[in-house]
Design a protein around this ligand. Sequence first.
Ligand SMILES: *[C@@H]1O[C@H](CO)[C@@H](O)[C@H](O)[C@H]1NC(C)=O
Ligand SMILES: *[C@@H]1O[C@H](CO)[C@@H](O)[C@H](O)[C@H]1NC(C)=O
Ligand SMILES: *[C@@H]1O[C@H](CO)[C@@H](O)[C@H](O)[C@H]1NC(C)=O
Ligand SMILES: *[C@@H]1O[C@H](CO)[C@@H](O)[C@H](O)[C@H]1NC(C)=O
Ligand SMILES: *[C@@H]1O[C@H](CO)[C@@H](O)[C@H](O)[C@H]1NC(C)=O
Ligand SMILES: *[C@@H]1O[C@H](CO)[C@@H](O)[C@H](O)[C@H]1NC(C)=O
Ligand SMILES: *[C@@H]1O[C@H](CO)[C@@H](O)[C@H](O)[C@H]1NC(C)=O
Length: 420
Amino acid sequence: MLLFLCATLFAGPVLSSPLRRPYGNHTHLPPLRFTSNGTFQLSIFEDLHFGENAWDPWGPQQDINSVKVMEQVLDAEKRTQLVVLNGDLITGENAYFDNATVKIDQIVGPMLDRGLTWASTYGNHDSQYNLSRHDILRREHQWPNARTQQMVHGPESGVSNYYLPVYPSDGGSEPCLLLWFFDSRGGVYYQQKNASGAHIGQPDWVDQSVVDWFHETNQKLTRKHRRSIPSLAFVHIPTNASLTAQMQVGIDENRQPGINDDYPDLAQQAQGWCEDGRNDPDCVYGSQDVPFMQALTTIPGVMAVFSGHDHGDTWCYKWDSLLPGMNVKGNGLNLCFGQHTGYGGYGNWIRGSRQVLVTEAMLAHHEVETWIRLESGDAVGRVSLNATYNQDSYPKTPNTKSSCPDCDYTIITNMPGTKQ
Ligand SMILES: *[C@@H]1O[C@H](CO)[C@@H](O)[C@H](O)[C@H]1NC(C)=O
Ligand SMILES: *[C@@H]1O[C@H](CO)[C@@H](O)[C@H](O)[C@H]1NC(C)=O
Ligand SMILES: *[C@@H]1O[C@H](CO)[C@@H](O)[C@H](O)[C@H]1NC(C)=O
Ligand SMILES: *[C@@H]1O[C@H](CO)[C@@H](O)[C@H](O)[C@H]1NC(C)=O
Ligand SMILES: *[C@@H]1O[C@H](CO)[C@@H](O)[C@H](O)[C@H]1NC(C)=O
Ligand SMILES: *[C@@H]1O[C@H](CO)[C@@H](O)[C@H](O)[C@H]1NC(C)=O
Ligand SMILES: *[C@@H]1O[C@H](CO)[C@@H](O)[C@H](O)[C@H]1NC(C)=O
């Protein structure tokens, strides 16, 4: 594996950045900081779905297309300071046991070339029979630019649970923004089968151990810095609040601009699980994400949570009330989808990446600016997540498809060769 890595690098054409080296130390990265202009921008790549159909020309071509999307976005958004890989990096159903994580090296290439760092959450496709999220983290850590961590080590916690502090432009040593990353798990357990030889499903919500860690860590940070620090959160699978916003309230094309094609019934955490804990596709929702929703809405200062998973939904909704049928009350938290970035995975909506911009001035009002940069170069759906979001009217987002024939297979789950 190491030989392979070196060979790829030295044969590769681009070694432009001093950070693009195979053996750095991700534990020695400079902290994230607002620029001298008082801005902090990040770009979200979600649902990259690398590694589909390695056995035919179609699959590897999709990965080349996905790299191009990332490069186009990063070249258009020159001010981005951090890339968030928000889950489903690899389609693990198509992974081979011997080289399941090799695709990570291709995924991180655009960031290495530009001297950018990244931080991941893992998705349901990142845990499959041949693919383990622990191994993905190890593979990421072979690169110096990885900020992904595991801070919770319970047996059912998942892996990508951690936070990153962002420091102010004036050089100060007190963080002024926190980025929380949560692991919504899902998929199936690595190398495990039950007595009838079937893969074993992993719960698809943020585990209670992680919710506890979120509360405790937030309390520690609040005590240490003597104030609650505004934050943004990232998790692959959205919570039931997003489904309720879509189905009970309704997404308005001007008030919550974005594509709303995973409709009806976007897929949320605890989908396919029953309230009694059984994994059963007939159970539409087991409500195990309630503690996580309670934490997100009661921990002060969480301005927005960004999800992927539903490739056909790209809107933001301000959850600011008790929505019909729910027992957790929204406090103004913005629930945002990004844009499907990868050419793998279902759907042919135009590929792109949600951009998130925070300024030190906006932080005082807990405001966030966000838009989607598309592979076409256009920027769409630019909104201000401020106090009047949900009421302000914006231009509607065009529902564009990628102009590429043959790029809209749904996910492939049978190996090898069959396409669904
Ligand atoms: C990275 O730094 C840490 C902390 O100093 C050290 O323990 C670790 O061995 C280093 N790893 C590498 C690959 O140099
Ligand atoms: C600050 O803003 C100016 C004007 O928009 C821009 O030219 C410059 O690159 C920015 N500097 C940083 C560090 O972002
Ligand atoms: C796992 O990998 C092995 C070895 O490469 C391969 O033969 C098998 O089809 C894969 N199985 C699954 C379920 O992905
Ligand atoms: C991984 O292994 C499989 C089976 O040996 C092979 O077909 C595939 O090309 C390999 N993938 C990569 C990216 O090296
Ligand atoms: C194994 O899992 C499959 C699919 O979930 C299920 O139908 C089957 O009953 C399970 N077998 C055992 C022995 O638990
Ligand atoms: C989950 O969402 C559905 C659809 O909006 C709603 O009927 C249900 O009451 C919600 N449950 C919880 C616990 O949030
Ligand atoms: C929120 O942003 C929109 C768009 O920039 C603006 O029209 C509106 O006045 C802002 N609301 C507040 C409370 O600042």
